[in-house]
Write a protein that binds this ligand. Structure first.
Ligand code: GLU
Length: 447
């Protein structure tokens, strides 16, 4: 049997990390088994259905690298699926739901009631063989005892979640429904609908919820609840992915940092944990830092360029070699990529904005002859490299009878606008003689 799984989010304008993890587990299971991962946008609720809300989901999945495998051909090429196949949209599948409802009506599995259509629900308890939760025997609740039937099409003609969800899982040949445990309460209804359509239901795997660190339920407003916050704060996608894997799943040997390839190999539904997972921001931050430290120079470069671009710095205006060297001076220095523009934006801006407090301290008349002297030395240097620059600065300081720091502070401020940043001599080398002299001249005018 070839495995087919799906992620079926409703576009609410928000991608909860619980949802992101559901998508991830489905994707991992598909990749582990050589099956297919399908994305289905459950957008029958027209009021909430905006392209913007859908984009939050698509962008989140793209950021994590969770590509979907199939879907109808789309004119708007929402990729990243091969051949620009879209996700499926329930809003485009109305006719299918109508046909299915007709079928249920025709053999008496559904009936009209006050303008709505209701499904004739089984009266006996429903057994669910869940791959994660185990055996669940779902009895009718007291309220359901009175009337277990439920609405599948509202009186305004809107098909209801239970119906469209099951019709699509059926028509898309979904073999495994992997979703949050909050949907376990719907599963008895879904199983009965499958039976009414004359087919076996898929296998179910309800994954435990993600709680806050203190064990409380995670709401939309809790820190870290939205996947978008990680993209905006400059987290490394691989780190977030690795961390999310461990929320509710664990390889046998308690390993933590693992490559995606390893995770794909090891991931399986039987080792999804049954207890709720607690979200630990500190651990995620640690993991993010480890990934940042260990990633290849190329990957660091790629993420850095992306971060600068988002912050409005166009690195394309500069020679590639310059950009590479500039970014190299930031390795091991930043915790989050979003720190980069503040840390090293001076490489890519024409005007240096100086910290006013530091300027009041360093750009003083007393420093003018010193910096003027250093400028002359820099102008005459044979090789404008870090070692030479360091030697020259220290020698000049000694000649002037001051500590090196007396020159270091104004030079750093003049060239970067800040009091801290990458190694001074390396950043001067990267900026190059022309920019350095020009920035020193501008600072001298202020002394
Ligand atoms: N649209 C539902 C949700 O976002 C999907 C439930 C399911 O995966 O079956 O919760």
């Amino acid at each position: 049997m070839s495995i087919r799984v799906r992620f079926a989010p409703s576009p609410t304008g928000f991608l909860h990390i619980g949802g992101a993890r559901t998508a991830l587990f489905n994707w991992l299971y598909a990749r582990h088994t050589g099956g297919k991962f399908i994305l289905r946008i459950e957008d029958t609720d027209a009021a909430r259905n905006t392209q913007q809300a859908v984009d939050v989901i698509l962008n989140g999945l793209r950021w994590m690298g969770l590509h979907w495998d199939e879907g109808p051909l789309t004119s708007d090429a929402t990729g990243p699926c091969k051949g620009d196949r879209g996700p499926y949209y329930q809003s485009q599948r109305r006719e299918r739901y109508e046909q299915r409802v007709e079928a249920l009506l025709s053999h008496g599995a559904a009936y009209e009631h006050e303008g709505a259509i209701k499904f004739r629900m089984q009266r006996e308890p429903v057994l669910i063989h869940d791959l994660v939760v185990g055996e669940v025997r779902r009895e009718l609740t007291d309220r359901e005892q009175q009337d277990p039937d439920f609405v599948i099409v509202r009186s305004d003609g809107q098909p209801v979640f239970h119906l469209v969800n099951v019709v699509d899982d059926l028509e898309m040949g979904i073999t495994h429904v992997i979703r949050g445990e909050d949907h376990l309460s719907n599963t008895a209804k879904h199983i009965c609908l499958f039976k009414a359509f004359g087919v076996h239901p898929p296998k179910y795997a309800h994954i435990p919820l993600i709680l806050n660190h203190d064990g409380s339920k995670m709401s939309k407003r809790d820190t870290g609840a939205s996947l978008t916050s990680y993209t905006e704060e400059g987290y490394v996608p691989e780190a977030v992915l690795n961390y999310l894997c461990l929320l509710g799943w664990s390889p046998k040997n308690n390993r933590e940092i693992m490559s995606l390839q390893e995770i794909v190999e090891l991931f399986d539904l039987p080792n999804v944990l049954r207890h709720n997972a607690r979200f630990d921001m500190e651990k995620l931050k640690w993991m993010n830092y480890e990934y940042t430290r260990q990633m290849s120079a190329d990957r660091f470069h790629e993420l850095a360029v992306h971060t600068f671009a988002r912050a409005g710095f166009d690195t394309n205006r500069f020679p590639l070699d310059y950009v590479k060297k500039a970014i190299d001076t930031c390795r091991d220095k930043i915790k989050l990529f979003s720190d980069l523009p503040g840390y090293a934006g001076f490489y890519f801006s024409d005007e240096v904005q100086c910290d006013p407090e530091a300027a009041a301290k360093d750009f003083v008349a007393e420093n003018k002859p010193r910096v003027t002297r250093l400028r002359e030395v820099f102008a005459g240097l044979g090789d404008f490299n870090a070692a030479e620059l360091e030697r020259a600065l220290k020698e000049t300081a000694a000649t002037l009878g001051v500590k090196a720091g007396v020159l270091v502070h104004p030079v750093r401020l003049a060239c970067t606008g800040k009091t801290a940043g990458p190694s001074l001599y390396h950043l001067l080398e990267v900026l190059g003689r022309e920019k350095v002299l020009d920035r020193l001249d501008k600072a001298l005018q202020r002394m």
